[in-house]
Design a protein around this ligand. Sequence first.
Ligand code: URA
Length: 231
Amino acid sequence: MRLDKFLSDSTDMSRKDIKQLIRKKAVTVNGEIITKPEMQVEENDAVTVNGQAVLYRRFVYLLLNKPSGYVSATEDKKYPVVTDLVPEEYRHFDVFPAGRLDIDTEGLLILTNDGEFVHDITSPKKNVYKRYFARLDKPAEDADISVFQGGMEFKEFTAKPAKLEICADAEAYVEIAEGKFHQVKRMFERVGKTVVYLKRVSIGGLKLPEDLASGEVKEIGYEELLNKIYD
Ligand code: URA
């Protein structure tokens, strides 16, 4: 790719600033000062700007601990959106949410600009189970476990077997393979319970980091992300 593309993919500098820096001899490739923005470079070439190394990055993967009150979208007319929580340094990547959590659902949401990755982890065919913590209006019952396990039928899909773990105080964990509109809430409604609080705690083997406060974002490397999800 061109040197100016390498730098605009990997940094938040504008194309104009990049061109100027290159012309001002502030950019080196493999130790040599380069003054041509169109020079061809490879992803793993050693590029520096003002003496600082710049690693090539086309895609970025962010973990968000989503708070209630945010829509899982990049824009909304009425409510704040999850991408409002992306720190300045990641803004130029134009990330979007990998799947959706309801406005009142909290917890683990991946934000990325890698569309292929999003397609993969949200596809039910990939069998990536998502685990949720739910607080209900009344306790779940043992009989509900087999109803969840049996593959509930909805008008637009049949759920894969879902795992329900009942806890004390009308709390429960549930694991589902899909992530259809209001799926967990609809599953509990089917057995006569209303979800009053919902939080996603993991996606496959990837857990919501304990040190990630509500509203905070943390970058994760692609390899680590895949290893954890498909663990
Ligand atoms: N199921 C729901 O009902 N809501 C969510 O946000 C996610 C799963």
